[in-house]
Write a protein that binds this ligand. Structure first.
Ligand code: BMP
Length: 212
């Protein structure tokens, strides 16, 4: 079954909770990032978790002991998964992976950003990042829906690792990503839509159709 994940990049706790209540039945998980966590506080993860599991997209990329502490705070506040940057290297990834393991959570590793800037530096190393993440035993990867050919290459190296793809919709990425990915992460196309529920329903049906 493919996953449909809502990126809740709004900046107000009240709005985030309202959207989550309205769309929670249509999505598999929520992903929260700095805009929401910094404006609402880390407690928003627990609040949203009452509705659906939360991925804390903190794009962790620090020296190992700090990376581990960041991940620990996210898991202590009920995150079920965290996202870390692969470019920080295997020591930092291992540190986060060990924390995730202790909490029974997951670690998703960013390969290369879905934005054009992801092609400047990150894509020179993204396949190496995939190999490293796989070697460590990380549960999944974040890979661009905006570059399908690259996504295909990432999938070939990733094998059975789970791949979640942001970039669908507002960034110009296509749902074709689901040919290689296990799930899509969508934000603005839903929460900025005139009728977010209608948009989310359409995507839900699409993801479901791809899952059979
Ligand atoms: P939107 O659908 O509004 O473009 O949002 C995409 C979400 O996915 C954002 O939260 C962003 O931080 C995240 N993301 C991304 O867009 N590209 C990546 O390569 C990695 C991400 O985590």
């Amino acid at each position: 079954m493919k996953e449909f994940i809502l990126a809740l990049d709004v900046e107000e706790r009240r709005i985030a909770l309202k959207i989550a209540e309205e769309l929670g039945d249509l999505v598999d998980r929520f992903k929260v990032n700095y805009p929401l966590i910094l404006s609402s506080g880390i407690g928003i993860i627990s609040e949203l978790s009452e509705i659906k599991p939360v991925i804390a997209d903190l794009k962790i990329a620090d020296v190992p002991h700090i990376s581990a502490r960041i991940a620990e705070i996210a898991f202590r506040n009920d995150a079920k998964a965290v996202i870390a940057h692969g470019f920080a290297g295997s020591d930092s990834l291992k540190a986060v992976f060990n924390v995730a393991k202790r909490f029974g959570g997951e670690l998703y590793v960013v390969t290369e950003l879905s934005s054009p800037g992801g092609e400047e530096f990150m894509n020179k190393f993204s396949l190496e990042i995939v190999k490293k993440a796989k070697e460590i035993g990380c549960q999944g990867l974040i890979a661009p829906a905006t570059r399908i050919e690259r996504l295909k290459e990432i999938k070939e190296v990733a094998g059975e690792m789970k791949i979640l793809c942001p970039g669908v919709g507002a960034q110009g990425g296509s749902l074709e990503a689901l040919r290689f990915a296990d799930g899509i992460i969508v934000g603005r196309s839903i929460y900025e839509a005139e009728n977010p529920r209608k948009e989310a329903k359409k995507l839900r049906e699409y993801v479901q159709a791809y899952s059979v």
